[in-house]
Design a protein around this ligand. Sequence first.
Ligand SMILES: [Zn+2]
Length: 229
Amino acid sequence: MKRKMIMIIALLLLASLLTAFTICIDPGHQEKANLSQEQIAPGSKETKAKVSIGTKGVSTGIPEYVFNLELSFILRDRLQEEGFNVFMTRERHDVDISNIERAEFANSMAADLCIRIHANYSSDPSLKGTMLLIPSSTATYTAPIYEESRRAAEKIMASLREIEGITSLGIRVREDMTGFNWSKVPVLIFEAGFMSNPEEDVLLASQDYREALVEAIVSGVVDYFLSRR
Ligand SMILES: [Zn+2]
């Protein structure tokens, strides 16, 4: 009985520690691409489409934007259960929110971490595995968020590697992501796997695998915030 009370108090304390943190989830893409252009970084002459169309499951036919939102809902619910304050850039498919706008939304929420959910594509159908993308340490606009973005990514990658049979492609730095370059808060992209790989596409559609991925992200995120205090 006493032990149970202590457990409950410990859980409540943990939840109240985590309530202090705000997480933004950005489910990548949307129903219709918006190919009009926006600057890839503040002051840059280079532009990219506001929102690209994303990929599609080679076996399941599931569009990436559908997968991204479904996984994001599971992640949102689990993070809320842990006590985090969670916002999403979209909760529907029929929206039109550019990558700059998504970054600015996370900035305006003063998110402690922004997790962008995507699935991958390759012209090589044998390529599979999960990957985390983070902003660059050298670009002036992302230098201030590099360190925390990397630390969060390392914690998440460590717990993803514990999923049995998973292929981990590690953490990659990217300078060409509009959604990174406009972010003022730590940010990363979770690339769940390759929808161009016939087996991994089927796996990504399974509820069990989705829940395993989400559990790994949540445990990495909890580790990150507990170690940050
Ligand atoms: Zn994508």
